[in-house]
Design a protein around this ligand. Structure first.
Ligand SMILES: Cc1cn([C@H]2C[C@H](O)[C@@H](COP(=O)(O)OP(=O)(O)O[C@H]3O[C@H](C)C(=O)[C@H](O)[C@H]3O)O2)c(=O)[nH]c1=O
Length: 188
Protein backbone atom coordinates (compact mmCIF):
# COMPACT_ATOMS: atom_id res chain seq x y z
CA UNK A 1 0.00 0.00 0.00
CA UNK A 2 1.31 3.48 -0.83
CA UNK A 3 0.58 6.06 1.83
CA UNK A 4 0.20 9.54 0.33
CA UNK A 5 1.66 12.78 1.58
CA UNK A 6 -1.02 14.87 3.28
CA UNK A 7 -1.14 18.61 3.85
CA UNK A 8 -2.80 21.15 6.11
CA UNK A 9 -5.61 21.52 3.56
CA UNK A 10 -7.82 18.49 4.12
CA UNK A 11 -8.04 15.74 1.52
CA UNK A 12 -5.26 16.95 -0.79
CA UNK A 13 -3.17 13.81 -1.32
CA UNK A 14 0.11 13.29 -3.16
CA UNK A 15 1.06 9.73 -4.07
CA UNK A 16 4.64 8.86 -5.03
CA UNK A 17 4.89 6.41 -7.91
CA UNK A 18 6.57 3.05 -7.47
CA UNK A 19 9.23 2.87 -10.20
CA UNK A 20 10.68 -0.41 -11.49
CA UNK A 21 13.73 0.09 -13.71
CA UNK A 22 15.63 -2.30 -15.90
CA UNK A 23 17.84 -2.12 -18.97
CA UNK A 24 14.79 -1.30 -21.15
CA UNK A 25 13.64 1.66 -19.08
CA UNK A 26 11.17 2.26 -16.26
CA UNK A 27 7.79 0.91 -15.24
CA UNK A 28 5.87 3.13 -12.83
CA UNK A 29 2.79 2.18 -10.94
CA UNK A 30 1.39 5.69 -10.50
CA UNK A 31 -2.02 5.03 -8.96
CA UNK A 32 -4.23 2.34 -7.51
CA UNK A 33 -7.88 2.91 -6.66
CA UNK A 34 -7.26 1.10 -3.37
CA UNK A 35 -4.62 3.68 -2.31
CA UNK A 36 -7.17 6.50 -2.68
CA UNK A 37 -10.07 4.60 -1.13
CA UNK A 38 -7.87 3.69 1.84
CA UNK A 39 -6.69 7.29 2.30
CA UNK A 40 -10.11 8.91 1.88
CA UNK A 41 -12.30 6.23 3.43
CA UNK A 42 -14.52 6.38 0.36
CA UNK A 43 -14.36 5.36 -3.32
CA UNK A 44 -14.03 8.07 -5.96
CA UNK A 45 -15.25 7.16 -9.44
CA UNK A 46 -13.50 9.12 -12.17
CA UNK A 47 -15.58 9.52 -15.32
CA UNK A 48 -13.59 11.84 -17.59
CA UNK A 49 -9.94 12.05 -18.63
CA UNK A 50 -8.27 15.28 -19.75
CA UNK A 51 -4.91 15.71 -21.46
CA UNK A 52 -3.60 19.27 -21.61
CA UNK A 53 -0.48 20.44 -23.42
CA UNK A 54 0.81 23.91 -22.61
CA UNK A 55 3.73 26.19 -23.45
CA UNK A 56 6.10 27.70 -20.90
CA UNK A 57 4.40 30.54 -19.04
CA UNK A 58 0.88 29.24 -19.61
CA UNK A 59 -1.12 29.83 -16.44
CA UNK A 60 -4.39 27.93 -16.35
CA UNK A 61 -6.52 28.90 -13.39
CA UNK A 62 -7.81 29.34 -10.90
CA UNK A 63 -10.70 27.08 -11.89
CA UNK A 64 -13.55 25.16 -10.33
CA UNK A 65 -17.08 24.10 -11.22
CA UNK A 66 -19.81 25.58 -9.04
CA UNK A 67 -21.76 23.27 -6.74
CA UNK A 68 -23.37 20.82 -7.32
CA UNK A 69 -20.93 20.18 -10.18
CA UNK A 70 -17.72 20.44 -8.17
CA UNK A 71 -15.05 18.04 -9.43
CA UNK A 72 -12.43 16.03 -7.61
CA UNK A 73 -9.29 15.67 -9.79
CA UNK A 74 -6.48 13.15 -10.05
CA UNK A 75 -3.53 14.70 -11.83
CA UNK A 76 -0.19 13.60 -13.24
CA UNK A 77 2.48 15.53 -15.13
CA UNK A 78 3.48 13.43 -18.14
CA UNK A 79 6.03 15.88 -19.54
CA UNK A 80 7.78 18.94 -18.14
CA UNK A 81 7.24 20.74 -14.85
CA UNK A 82 4.40 22.82 -13.39
CA UNK A 83 3.79 24.97 -10.34
CA UNK A 84 0.45 23.64 -9.17
CA UNK A 85 -1.79 25.64 -6.84
CA UNK A 86 -4.98 24.75 -5.00
CA UNK A 87 -7.13 27.21 -2.99
CA UNK A 88 -9.62 26.02 -0.37
CA UNK A 89 -13.07 27.46 -1.22
CA UNK A 90 -14.95 25.44 1.39
CA UNK A 91 -16.40 28.02 3.77
CA UNK A 92 -16.71 25.47 6.58
CA UNK A 93 -13.06 24.45 6.25
CA UNK A 94 -10.42 25.41 8.83
CA UNK A 95 -8.21 26.34 5.88
CA UNK A 96 -10.78 28.39 3.93
CA UNK A 97 -8.95 30.83 1.65
CA UNK A 98 -5.60 29.16 2.19
CA UNK A 99 -3.62 27.65 -0.67
CA UNK A 100 -1.11 24.89 -1.29
CA UNK A 101 1.52 25.18 -4.03
CA UNK A 102 3.47 22.16 -5.31
CA UNK A 103 6.13 21.82 -7.99
CA UNK A 104 5.27 18.69 -9.98
CA UNK A 105 7.60 17.26 -12.60
CA UNK A 106 7.42 14.29 -14.97
CA UNK A 107 10.94 13.38 -13.81
CA UNK A 108 9.53 12.42 -10.42
CA UNK A 109 6.22 10.67 -11.18
CA UNK A 110 3.59 11.56 -8.59
CA UNK A 111 -0.20 11.57 -8.62
CA UNK A 112 -2.05 14.47 -7.00
CA UNK A 113 -5.59 14.12 -5.69
CA UNK A 114 -7.50 17.40 -5.47
CA UNK A 115 -10.87 17.22 -3.68
CA UNK A 116 -13.91 19.09 -4.93
CA UNK A 117 -14.36 22.49 -3.29
CA UNK A 118 -10.93 23.76 -4.24
CA UNK A 119 -9.95 26.15 -7.02
CA UNK A 120 -7.11 24.66 -9.07
CA UNK A 121 -4.57 26.09 -11.45
CA UNK A 122 -0.99 25.73 -12.58
CA UNK A 123 1.85 27.66 -14.19
CA UNK A 124 4.03 25.84 -16.74
CA UNK A 125 7.70 26.13 -15.80
CA UNK A 126 9.26 24.00 -18.56
CA UNK A 127 9.32 24.59 -22.32
CA UNK A 128 6.26 22.39 -22.62
CA UNK A 129 4.13 20.59 -20.04
CA UNK A 130 1.70 17.77 -20.64
CA UNK A 131 -0.77 17.27 -17.80
CA UNK A 132 -3.12 14.30 -17.62
CA UNK A 133 -5.95 14.38 -15.12
CA UNK A 134 -9.17 12.57 -14.37
CA UNK A 135 -12.30 14.13 -12.87
CA UNK A 136 -15.19 12.55 -10.99
CA UNK A 137 -17.87 14.70 -12.65
CA UNK A 138 -18.36 15.67 -16.31
CA UNK A 139 -17.45 19.08 -17.65
CA UNK A 140 -20.40 21.43 -17.19
CA UNK A 141 -19.63 24.67 -19.06
CA UNK A 142 -22.52 26.47 -17.40
CA UNK A 143 -20.99 25.72 -14.00
CA UNK A 144 -17.47 26.75 -15.05
CA UNK A 145 -16.11 29.33 -12.58
CA UNK A 146 -12.84 30.92 -11.57
CA UNK A 147 -10.91 32.87 -8.98
CA UNK A 148 -8.35 35.58 -9.76
CA UNK A 149 -4.92 33.92 -9.79
CA UNK A 150 -3.36 37.18 -8.59
CA UNK A 151 -5.88 38.00 -5.86
CA UNK A 152 -3.66 39.75 -3.27
CA UNK A 153 -5.63 38.15 -0.43
CA UNK A 154 -4.42 34.71 -1.56
CA UNK A 155 -0.73 35.74 -1.57
CA UNK A 156 0.19 33.02 -4.10
CA UNK A 157 3.89 33.37 -4.84
CA UNK A 158 3.84 32.45 -8.53
CA UNK A 159 7.40 31.86 -9.82
CA UNK A 160 8.80 34.63 -11.98
CA UNK A 161 9.72 33.46 -15.49
CA UNK A 162 11.81 35.02 -18.26
CA UNK A 163 8.65 34.98 -20.41
CA UNK A 164 5.29 36.63 -19.63
CA UNK A 165 2.45 34.56 -18.25
CA UNK A 166 0.01 33.31 -20.92
CA UNK A 167 -3.58 33.50 -19.68
CA UNK A 168 -6.87 33.00 -21.49
CA UNK A 169 -9.17 36.02 -21.68
CA UNK A 170 -11.39 34.25 -19.18
CA UNK A 171 -8.53 33.77 -16.71
CA UNK A 172 -7.60 37.45 -16.88
CA UNK A 173 -10.90 38.54 -15.36
CA UNK A 174 -11.97 36.20 -12.59
CA UNK A 175 -13.35 37.67 -9.35
CA UNK A 176 -11.36 37.80 -6.13
CA UNK A 177 -12.18 35.51 -3.21
CA UNK A 178 -14.12 38.23 -1.42
CA UNK A 179 -16.07 39.03 -4.60
CA UNK A 180 -16.86 35.34 -5.08
CA UNK A 181 -18.00 35.15 -1.48
CA UNK A 182 -20.27 38.16 -1.90
CA UNK A 183 -21.78 36.49 -4.98
CA UNK A 184 -22.40 33.27 -3.03
CA UNK A 185 -20.09 31.42 -5.40
CA UNK A 186 -18.26 29.33 -2.83
CA UNK A 187 -18.73 25.89 -1.29
CA UNK A 188 -20.33 25.11 2.09
C1 LIG B 1 -12.11 21.91 -18.64
C2 LIG B 1 -12.65 21.51 -19.98
C3 LIG B 1 -12.56 22.35 -21.07
N1 LIG B 1 -13.05 21.94 -22.27
C4 LIG B 1 -12.90 22.84 -23.42
C5 LIG B 1 -13.45 24.24 -23.24
C6 LIG B 1 -12.53 25.08 -24.09
O1 LIG B 1 -12.97 25.07 -25.44
C7 LIG B 1 -11.20 24.38 -24.01
C8 LIG B 1 -10.25 25.00 -23.00
O2 LIG B 1 -10.96 25.13 -21.79
P1 LIG B 1 -10.30 25.92 -20.61
O3 LIG B 1 -9.67 27.18 -21.12
O4 LIG B 1 -11.33 26.04 -19.49
O5 LIG B 1 -9.15 24.91 -20.18
P2 LIG B 1 -8.19 25.04 -18.92
O6 LIG B 1 -7.81 26.46 -18.72
O7 LIG B 1 -7.13 24.03 -19.07
O8 LIG B 1 -9.15 24.62 -17.72
C9 LIG B 1 -8.74 23.67 -16.76
O9 LIG B 1 -7.73 24.27 -16.04
C10 LIG B 1 -7.59 24.01 -14.67
C11 LIG B 1 -6.13 23.70 -14.42
C12 LIG B 1 -8.46 23.00 -14.09
O10 LIG B 1 -8.18 22.45 -13.01
C13 LIG B 1 -9.74 22.68 -14.72
O11 LIG B 1 -9.81 21.29 -14.84
C14 LIG B 1 -9.98 23.26 -16.05
O12 LIG B 1 -10.80 24.40 -15.85
O13 LIG B 1 -11.51 23.02 -23.63
C15 LIG B 1 -13.67 20.74 -22.45
O14 LIG B 1 -14.14 20.41 -23.56
N2 LIG B 1 -13.79 19.90 -21.36
C16 LIG B 1 -13.30 20.23 -20.13
O15 LIG B 1 -13.43 19.41 -19.20
Amino acid sequence: MTTPQTFNIADILLFDAIKHSDERGDFCETFRQAWLTEALGQKVNFCQHNLVSSKQGALRGMHFQRAPYGQAKLLQVLEGEIFDVMVDLRRSSQTFGQHLALRLTADQPQTLYIPAGLAHGYLVLSEVAKVFYQVDGYYQPEADAGLAYDDPSLAINWPKLACPYLLSAKDQQHPTLSELDAMGGLFD
